[in-house]
Design a protein around this ligand. Sequence first.
Ligand code: M6R
Length: 369
Amino acid sequence: EKGGYDYFMLKEIAEQPKAVADTLLGRVDESGVLSLDEVRIEDSVLREATKVVIVACGTAFHAGMIAKYAIEHWTRIPCEVELASEFRYRDPILDPRTLVVAISQSGETMDTLMAVRHAREQGAKVLAVCNTNGSTIPRESDAVLYTHAGPEVAVASTKAFLTQLVACYLLALYLGQVRGTQWGDEIRAVVRELAAIGTQVEQVLGTMEPVRELARSLAEKNTVLFLGRHVGYPVALEGALKLKELAYMHAEGFAAGELKHGPIALIEEGVPVVVVVPSPRGRSVLHDKIVSNIQEIRARGALTIVIAEDGDETVVPYADHLVRIPRTPTLLQPMVSTVPLQVFACELATARGNEVDQPRNLAKSVTVE
Ligand code: M6R
């Protein structure tokens, strides 16, 4: 059942290209028009939405953070992302023109379900992004956009995360389409790029041996830090979460711009810091800033592990370890930059003798608040 892999997690990491393709399947016609049939919220409601609020937990929350960038960029609708466990306790401002998006692999996470119930009681429309057919969250929502990752068995979420991203990008483009902020050509171009991501993930997976070796060499470390900017920031958080739950190591993700506001004090000789570098094209300001962040931490003794696009030569002098990822449009980069972090965490867990698929104290779906 593990298909020849030692762990379900490894099998599920390897299944990501297919999961991504399956989630795209049938959702765009030949002329590039999106049709999200299961989204039974009327287009008129989507057209009039004044705000999108995403609620989720854990890894799904990180997908939501990335979705915010895409939704605001492609639709210009303000979008908030909130941990489901915090959401209803602060009496959020909701009305029928608020579109709440609840992201959940299992569809059974109690905190997310409670957020959905609260939102609907306040009159908001709720769309679930979910991987489990007929589970509670989609049943209690107004509409659902299913991810087609297939069953995810390992407690650590991998392929579900990538498909949540696909679903969120599609949703963002669809909102753009109904609201007229995204035109056919642009949608087609992004969909083409999304369709190419599966192959790029495959490519990344084919080059992971040095990452595994690096992970093994860090098995005795106490802490690993992760830095990112823009969509790389949630990727940093996801890399840290994976390491906590699998390797039982102290790990923290930071927005690189926050370094000087505190976290840089943590840097001392030999501390591994993983840095997710944005594309040098397009948003080059961000790129330059992160390169100087890498220089700063390295000057203070950090062991820098740099994840950067193919062809990005500026980072080379400052990287103790360089992990290459294919070139992607900025907003889609998390789909490839997350993959080495999954492999890294899995290998570190193995090196530390931990149970990869069933980490201590954790359950696959958290059905209590
Ligand atoms: O089933 P859900 O997507 O609602 O689960 C949410 C989180 O519990 C889940 O993503 C958790 O953080 C994973 N174990 C992370 O790998």
